[in-house]
Design a protein around this ligand. Structure first.
Ligand code: ATP
Ligand code: MG
Length: 563
């Protein structure tokens, strides 16, 4: 579960909240919200916002965090997304309790607020076409000009808006706009549209509404209706804050939350936009929203990431006011740190080469003692069967090794982890292809457990599995989905997709202790990395995802930074 204590480090948002508590600004209440639009699956950027909003609520005595679906755009929204978002927030360890809201539940209230604005002469119905509206808006360097409909009477506006609501007009023929200032340096204040006509079915309100409120109008009012104290959002909304405040000020609403912006999370080799993720999914570049290569929460979960590692990552990156890009190796580091302590070690041969130990008895099987996790004695030991025929990693043998190759080669001796010393006596090859089919070795019975009694040392240690006892498995090796650190550079992100981001190994051999382990179980495959049982796993054919390799490039980066 997430920590309820204050986080180790504070940030400018927590500092604002602390000040507000000191001055009793909101009577001691801290009400935040996480407001996803249900138009895609959540990604790790959302996790940052979730950890921040729910985290702040947990840290404060009278803290609450709402989960609110910002469902005002019925074209792109689906029930599937709502369910996935709920699942992901829960999985991350956060609980919204009773505080589940939908902006669509406020449609009537929002409509009445719009009427209030019209009555105050602060909103008007505009008949310009979308192109004309754009034209009239001006640019960053030129002011806009007033719509010819700006000065319609309150009565006319009310009657037209009612007709819009009744469904009397075509889409695109009318909009309701706030009457602010067409020459404002802030484009968001140049009479922004607050209602548009959309004759589409909504997943909650059905066909009740032919008009839908715009984001900027909906969001501040939803915050106010729910009694939000601190409305935390990403930096791109900074320029929208004057509009946020304008709506609440004009309507003189008692609850006027403070909008605070922070930098969104960007990660190297990763794209973080639902629209682009959807494109990857729809174009079949990946296998669905939970493809383990995606930065979606469901992809990370399937890959084998833990909620703790994601929360720890979000805690470490902190909250700042300027945008930056975080190295993906930090995320991997957070996971390794956890799995190093919690994942049992097992032996799995990814690319098997048969080894026959000629001087080992034909029908004998020994149970070798192996510790489950050298970092944590309480995880105990297990037995691994050893017999005459075993598999080792193909890359652990070389017939003509270069100087610094310390693994097996003709005439050399290595240690089999937890078992014996073996020495390679001969190599059997396919006559036609020259491919090595099997090795013949001898073992030294006096080296049981992998230690010699005469002080004889070996340079290499290999992992292995007993051929007769091993289980065949599929292992999926993942690398970055994109070739470049910033996938958006160049001709667009799909041009930068790494064609080798998924490598499937069909004939891996895993030790028998892994038989029947359920999806989501995580292990360290000795010398290979951390792996997780995939949901595609079957009783007779386990499937594993490589979560991360063992090599920790973040530790290196971190060290060089400190020097
Ligand atoms: P995207 O740009 O990926 O489509 P979005 O901002 O449109 O995301 P919303 O559903 O509107 O997605 O986001 C819900 C909340 O999550 C918002 O408050 C938003 O600011 C926050 N959020 C989205 N992306 C990030 C990110 N990369 N880092 C931090 N917070 C984010
Ligand atoms: Mg958005």
């Amino acid at each position: 579960m997430p920590n309820q204590d204050k986080p180790a480090r504070s940030d400018f948002i927590r500092a604002i909240i602390e000040d507000d508590l000191k001055t009793n600004k909101h009577g001691g209440a801290v009400v935040t919200r996480f407001p996803p639009e249900p138009n895609g699956y959540l990604h790790i950027g959302h996790a940052k916002s979730i950890c921040l909003n729910f985290g702040i609520a947990l840290e404060n005595k009278k803290g609450v965090c709402h989960l609110r679906f910002d469902d005002t755009n019925p074209d792109k929204e689906e029930v599937e997304y709502i369910e996935s978002i709920k699942r992901d927030v829960s999985w991350l360890g956060f609980d919204w309790g009773e505080k589940l809201y939908f902006a669509s539940d406020y449609f009537s209230k929002l409509y009445n607020y719009a009427i209030d604005l019209i009555k105050m002469g602060k909103a008007y119905v505009c008949d310009l076409s979308p192109d004309e509206i754009r034209e009239y808006r001006g640019t960053l360097t030129e002011p806009g000009k007033n719509s010819p409909y700006t000065d319609r009477s309150v009565e006319e506006n009310l009657s037209l808006f009612e007709k819009m609501r009744a469904g009397d007009f075509e889409e695109g023929s009318h909009v309701l706009r706030a009457k602010i200032d067409m020459s404002s340096p802030n484009l968001n204040m140049r009479d922004p549209i607050i209602y548009r006509i959309r004759k589409v079915h909504h997943h909650r309100t059905g066909d009740d509404w032919p008009i839908y409120p715009m984001y900027d109008f909906t969001h501040c009012l939803s915050d106010s209706i729910e009694g939000i104290t601190h409305s935390i959002c990403t930096l791109e909304f900074e320029d929208h804050r004057p509009l946020y405040d304008w709506v609440l000020d004009e309507l003189e609403l008692e609850c006027h939350p403070q909008q605070i912006e922070f930098a969104r999370l960007n990660i190297t080799y990763t794209i973080m936009s639902k629209r682009k993720l959807l494109e990857l999914v729809q174009a079949g570049h990946v296998n669905g929203w939970d493809d383990p290569r995606l930065p979606t929460i469901s992809g990370l979960r399937r890959r084998g990431y833990t909620p703790d590692s994601i929360r720890s990552f979000c805690d470490r990156i902190g909250v700042a006011k300027t945008n930056s890009t975080v190295d993906v190796s930090l995320l991997e580091h957070c996971l390794r740190e956890e799995l190093n302590m919690s994942a049992p070690r097992v032996m799995v041969v990814l690319n098997p080469l048969k080894v026959i130990i000629d001087n080992y008895p034909q029908d004998k099987t020994e149970e070798m003692d192996a510790v489950n996790n050298p970092e944590d004695e309480s995880m105990g030991n297990r037995k691994i069967p050893f017999s005459r025929e075993i598999y080792i990693e193909r890359e652990d043998f070389m017939e003509n090794p270069p100087k610094k190759f310390f693994r097996l080669s003709p005439g050399t001796e290595i240690r089999l982890k937890h078992a014996y010393y073996i020495k390679c006596e001969s190599v059997i090859k396919d006559e036609k292809t020259g491919e090595i089919i099997e090795l013949h070795c001898s073992y030294d019975p006096d080296t049981k457990g992998g230690w010699s009694h005469d002080g004889r040392k070996v340079k290499g240690t290999s992992h292995w599995v007993s051929a007769q006892h091993a289980i065949k498995a599929e292992v999926r090796l993942y690398s970055h989905l994109f070739n470049t650190q910033n996938p958006d550079e160049g001709d667009g992100f799909t041009q930068n997709i790494n064609p080798e981001s998924l490598m499937v190994l069909e004939s891996c051999m895993v030790e028998p202790s892994l038989a029947g382990t359920g999806a989501g179980s995580r292990y360290q495959f000795l010398r290979q990395g951390y792996f997780c049982v995939d949901t595609d796993s079957k009783q007779d054919k386990p499937v594993f995802n490589r979560i991360v390799s063992l090599k920790d490039s973040w530790a290196k980066i971190d060290k060089s930074k400190k020097q």
